[in-house]
Ligand binder design. Sequence first.
Ligand code: ADP
Ligand code: GLC
Length: 471
Amino acid sequence: MEIVHVSAECYPVAKAGGLGDVVGALPRYQQEAGHVSKVVMPMYRTRFLYENQWTVVHKGGAALGSAWFEYTIIQEATNRLGFDLYLVDVHGLLDRERVYGYEDDDERFIAFQIAVIDWLSSWQHRPDIVHVHDHHAGLIPFMMQHCLAYRNLASVPVVLTIHNAQYQGAMHWDKSVLIPSWDSWKRGLLEWDGRINPLACAIRCAWRVTTVSHSYLQEMRASSNGLEPLFEYEKGKCSGILNGIDSQVWDPASDPALDRHYRTRDVASGKQAAKRALCEVFHLDPEKPLFVFIGRLVGEKAADLLPDVIADSFAHIGRRMNFLVLGSGEREVESKLNALLGMSQGDYGLYLGYHENLAHRMYAGADFLLMPSRVEPCGLNQLYAMRYGTVPVVRLTGGLKDTVVDIGDEKGYGITHRHASVGDITHGIFRSLGLYEHPAELHRVRQRMMKLDFSWHRSAQSYADLYKTLK
Ligand code: ADP
Ligand code: GLC
């Protein structure tokens, strides 16, 4: 099968979070399984762009409301990622440094989507599947079916994967003029709650919809930022397929970010070396257990609770552990975490910003990973942590619920809690210390986790099975 993924992110080209990881890995596993898998994404001004070679494969132009834009499709020339990678260059709109966060994001991503289908409609053949990811590509199923110029794509099956339904890309109706001339009887497909809602539109128009874990799908029917009735109505075409991890990129036995590699059999000494190196950088005591948090400092991740969790743990449990936080996001959370540095007694470290290499070293050097998320569609951090022998301390929600089993169960390997509250998280930390004090048990738990298989093979097969039903 020939599959065309359309996404705003793809690691290592451009990544803001887990979406990038997924779109950077799944296509390679699909190629390995014998399919032809391609990725189309915007051309941002990233290092990857400058460090690689490109071939121009198509040039075109299209209207964006009353304006006209030219676009160029370039292809990475050396098959560096193991699949065909195409970037859409729309001068002045897409060629920016960041992926998101500009005032004209609506225009940027609509232009991107128009360029993608304008190009696809010029192909001599049709792909077997167009696979769109999140709301940035959410208007594509509608455009393929109801924009007059692109109806030659209407018979191509489209699959939508929802990585995060909190973000829906909703915009004012004025923007409807940006969408290439469409069948006005279909207005209802674009609209949700009085606005154009690309995610809702994609849920309606895609042939099948997947979410990145089973539990998240169930949760969205009860709570999904206003889309609950839609998920209930469309439940027949929705299913959950758990993300995998790229076990080549995330492997403590070969990770280039680590000075010393380790496997299951030498996990204790390997992690100790990684922890010592990390503690030296952040002036922490390597004899104490190390709890880390890695991620976007936003409400979904319950990052706003971290400052109180850290302060309360020190106050009530004692200064028996270290905390190290890596992330960026809401200003208020950043400044509270910063303020905590003043009370550190060599047991708290912070890096505000995005640092891929440091993230790898933290998964390896930490004893425990905190993930108290309020919402977690799948979550990759806990999967990376487990592969590196780091015990996840997670709230039972979405993908965390589907991937972490509490040590209270026979064969369990994580520490779970019910609520995103300071009390529950602190209790999780207290339980973690209990595990840390029993090195033999900790060792067994680490080995158990590292033997788990969360690689993409199984999930890639589930996507292939789903595509087959659409042929
Ligand atoms: P989300 O996509 O909701 O942010 P995921 O758990 O699916 O959450 O994926 C997050 C990805 O982003 C992981 O690869 C994680 O290591 C990475 N990440 C998040 N924040 C940072 C950061 N500040 N520096 C480096 N990597 C980060
Ligand atoms: C989203 C979700 C995260 C998921 C990732 C990749 O950003 O927040 O839980 O792991 O997408 O699917």
